[in-house]
Design a protein around this ligand. Structure first.
Ligand code: FPP
Ligand code: MG
Length: 300
């Protein structure tokens, strides 16, 4: 199997996991459930669950509790996209090539669909405890829950989003330090959560988890700089979402600060370092190395 076929197969497996854990739209709340399912089913690269599973593979066996966390992290990612696209935030009408949730269901339902997904994510992750047998299983799941809550919350993605929103205000002078804080938290934190949760559940030790956390930070920052590059160089047709939105929102990006060429160089340096770290672990995972490179140099 070549990389593309393997990626399709593995993405299909993630889709099956998501389908198995998604709630069914029924009852008086069926509208919000429908909106949640709409947002999750819009496709997307399923990068975070994929990174989680492949990071677990680096440390050997993956247990039965992994799928609960794979679904949970994609639900959290999707909630963040629903809220990010709202008129009060980025006001985007398209995402993943489809109308955004608030355009289809209205702002009111989109807000609570995000809330619903966030809560449902933790409910789903908590199901992992039911698969635990030994005390060590319980400890690993507790650690994974902690990482998920921390990295998705105010000391991670939400914190990064806050700094990003403030940075967009025309009166704010953004420093490089703030910009890096934004990238490390808004984008990299959830990628760190994905990779370190995979490792923790597969029994990695503290030092290995710390190394993987650094690797994921590089991937996240490179991914975000690439996102900013594509916002300047790509199109709605290729990207599935409007380009030029950073300029529209007066957003200071790495590209605006350092120019396209330097940004591309930075993406390359970060990715090289990240892949270098991946090669030190007990099991080589060539698919993961390829995935990281492909992600960083993606066209959409
Ligand atoms: C695209 O991911 C998403 C990012 C680059 C991260 C942006 C971060 C936010 C919007 C955080 C918002 C936070 C809050 C609290 C609202 P992707 O390319 O993996 O998208 P895909 O899943 O569609 O492929
Ligand atoms: Mg946005």
């Amino acid at each position: 199997m070549n990389f593309k076929e393997e990626l399709e197969k593995k993405t299909g497996e993630v889709e099956d996991i998501l389908a198995a854990y998604l709630p069914k739209p029924e009852g008086f709340q069926s509208k919000v459930l429908e909106a949640m399912v709409y947002a999750v089913s819009a496709g997307g690269k399923r990068l975070r669950p994929l990174l989680m599973r492949e990071s677990a593979v680096l440390f050997g066996e993956t247990g039965e509790e992994l799928p609960c966390f794979m679904a949970a992290i994609e639900f959290i990612h999707t909630y963040s996209l629903i809220h990010d696209d709202l008129p009060a935030l980025d006001n985007d009408d398209y995402r993943r090539g489809r109308k955004t949730t608030h355009v289809v269901y209205g702002e009111d339902i989109a807000v609570i669909a995000g809330d619903g997904l966030l809560n449902y994510a933790y409910e789903t992750a908590l199901r992992a405890f039911r698969k635990a047998v030994t005390i060590e299983d319980y400890e690993r799941i507790e650690c994974a829950m902690h990482i998920l809550g921390r990295k998705a919350g105010v000391y991670g993605m939400v914190g990064g989003q806050c700094a990003d929103l403030l940075a967009e205000k025309p009166e704010t002078e953004v420093t490089e330090e703030q910009l890096l804080y934004i990238h490390k938290n808004k984008t990299a934190a959830l990628i760190q959560a994905a990779m370190t949760i995979g490792a923790v559940l597969a029994g990695a030790d503290e030092e290995a988890v710390a190394q993987l956390e650094r690797c994921a930070e590089n991937i996240g920052v490179a991914f975000q700089i690439q996102d900013d590059i594509l916002d300047v160089t790509s199109s709605l047709e290729v990207l599935g979402k409007p380009t030029g939105s950073d300029e529209k929102n007066h957003k200071l990006t790495y590209v605006a600060m350092h120019g396209l060429e330097e940004s591309k160089r930075q993406v390359e340096a970060l990715s090289e370092e990240a892949v270098g770290i991946l090669k030190v672990f007990p099991h080589r995972n060539v698919f993961l190395e390829n995935l990281v490179e492909q992600l960083i140099y993606r066209e959409k």
